[in-house]
Design a binder for this molecule. Structure first.
Ligand code: SAM
Ligand code: SF4
Ligand code: SF4
Length: 454
């Protein structure tokens, strides 16, 4: 009789994983993670890592302490490496030189501190960079091994990856397939636009390589979503050419981000923030995108920010994005390769948004002792209490804190009566009223019946 996963030995796990690597055994994501978790430390760690792991085991994994009470749902963006094969014109996330890859102790501390929070039930680890696929897939297998060794049975852990998809090896594709990982691919539009900004170290274009790798992912049965940075050029060419291009390369699900300035310039007061798209300008563009998308593309293309706001505008579902959550600072963190614990990636370059280092302190303590988080939480509360000035306040909860930070630093504006979203929500409500049949069709296509949530 076949054994259950619980009964398998590390030897069984080694054999089954080897069969799966040779394509002779198909494992689902849960079984794969469970088998990785069965491996002995010697099977997966090198000698230095083994030494560190033994010291952790000897000291006993840190027990849940009352000060390490984190949010029930955490999103941890792991800067697994800051090394990158591209040099995108707007990006400040890549780095060169030594010590740009997350060490094993940082990975262990990150997982251990997150799972030891008694209040935390669900954790999403996002492999981010730099470019993760420059490393060997072993890095993800090690992360899963640590997660499986340390997590409580009642905790749900998910891993996702954000990649430029310029060079994804077959080994990575195999692992993504086994794990059914959510994959985000960055692509800013048609080659004439994308290849001006998303270029490699030699200044060569990236679109062709990304399109080829998307075909490989599709052939492996993987689905993925696009992440699009909207700069002046995208706004100039307009929504239709962008959407047509995404469909032509098989991208049926994308999200849009406004191009942001570097935070270094903002901090030293020079206000040299010319190359960015402010949230107000971005929302104007979203209104244009929404009109074109709803009338011509919404049956073939999902634009995540528009879909979720459109559902929310019709009172059909709460929006899920961090932007409208009102409490991102307590549940979304970036972990740098050196163990620094920081706010969301958008604050990169502003050291005041680094709360401390996980090798030197506990996540919960670092968060609790951050004056900045307290000040930002108070600002968020003020912003989310604009019911008298904006009817959409209960939906946006004050909007994105980084956007408030940008307004304050770049434009000198500290208080706004609206986070900037209302022109889009107004346009959406008008569309629902003017085209009820089309909205009903939009809902049906996404599995919603016309039954309101609130
Ligand atoms: C920093 S990259 C890291 C992951 C991977 N290298 C990639 O390109 O997907 C993550 C995302 O941030 C976006 N990004 C980088 N710089 C930005 C900026 N100045 N404003 C807005 N988004 C930016 C990238 O386009 C990408 O979609
Ligand atoms: S690929 Fe990603 S990390 Fe690399 S330069 Fe471009 S946006 Fe930055
Ligand atoms: S600062 Fe803005 S983008 Fe970053 S997590 Fe918070 S809401 Fe999201």
């Amino acid at each position: 009789m076949p054994k259950s996963l619980d009964e398998l030995s590390s030897d069984d796990a080694r054999k089954l994983l080897a069969l799966s690597k040779r394509g002779l055994l198909e494992l689902n994501a849960g079984s794969f993670a469970a088998l990785i978790g069965k491996l002995d430390a010697e099977d997966i760690l090198n000698s230095r890592e083994l030494e560190y792991w033994k010291s952790v085991a000897n000291n006993g994994p840190k027990l849940a302490s009352s000060s390490n009470r984190l949010a029930p749902t955490l999103v941890l963006v792991l800067k697994v490496t800051r090394l990158c094969n591209l040099r995108c014109s707007y990006c400040r996330s890549w780095a060169e030189g030594p010590d740009q890859v997350m060490s094993f102790p940082v990975m262990v501390e990150t997982v251990m501190q997150a799972v030891s929070s008694p209040t935390t039930k669900s954790i999403m680890f996002v492999l981010h960079g730099g470019e993760v696929t420059l490393l060997k897939p072993r890095v993800l297998e090690k992360l899963i091994w640590i997660q499986e060794k340390l997590r409580r049975p009642d905790q749900v852990i998910q891993n996702a990856v954000q990649t430029n998809a310029v060079s994804i090896s077959d080994d990575w594709i195999r692992l993504f397939k086994t794990l059914k990982m959510p994959i985000g691919i960055s692509l800013d539009g048609p080659p004439e636009l994308n290849d001006r900004v998303r270029v490699d170290k030699q200044g060569r274009p990236s679109s062709g390589r990304v399109a080829t790798n998307m075909v490989k992912l599709r052939e492996a049965g993987l689905s993925y979503g696009g992440l699009v940075v909207v700069g002046d050029e995208a706004i100039r060419i307009g929504a239709r050419p962008l959407f047509d291009y995404f469909l032509s390369v098989g991208l049926r699900n994308v999200d849009l981000l406004n191009e942001l300035p570097g935070n270094e310039a903002l901090q030293n007061g020079t206000h040299r923030c010319t190359n960015y798209v402010s949230f107000d300008v971005f929302v104007e563009f979203l209104v244009e995108c929404f009109r074109v998308w709803f009338s011509e593309y919404s049956d073939q293309l999902d634009i995540r920010c528009l879909t979720e706001l459109f559902l929310a505008a019709g009172k059909m579902a709460e929006p899920k994005s961090c932007l409208w959550s009102g409490d991102c600072l307590s549940k979304i963190f970036t972990i740098e390769a050196n163990g620094d614990l920081a706010a969301c990636d958008k604050y990169i370059g502003d050291r005041s948004f680094i709360y401390g280092n996980l090798l030197a302190g506990q996540m919960g303590d670092l968060i609790k002792s951050s004056k900045l988080i307290r000040a930002e939480a108070a600002a968020q509360e003020r912003a989310s209490d604009r019911a008298s000035t904006c009817k959409w306040n209960n939906l946006c909860h004050g909007g994105c804190p980084h956007d408030r930070y940008l307004f304050k630093n770049a434009a000198g504006i500290t208080d706004r009566s609206c986070c900037g979203l209302s022109p889009l929500l107004d346009a959406m409500c008008a569309a629902i009223e003017d085209h009820p049949e089309q909205y009903a069709q939009f809902l049906r296509a996404r599995g919603h019946a016309l039954r309101k949530t609130h």
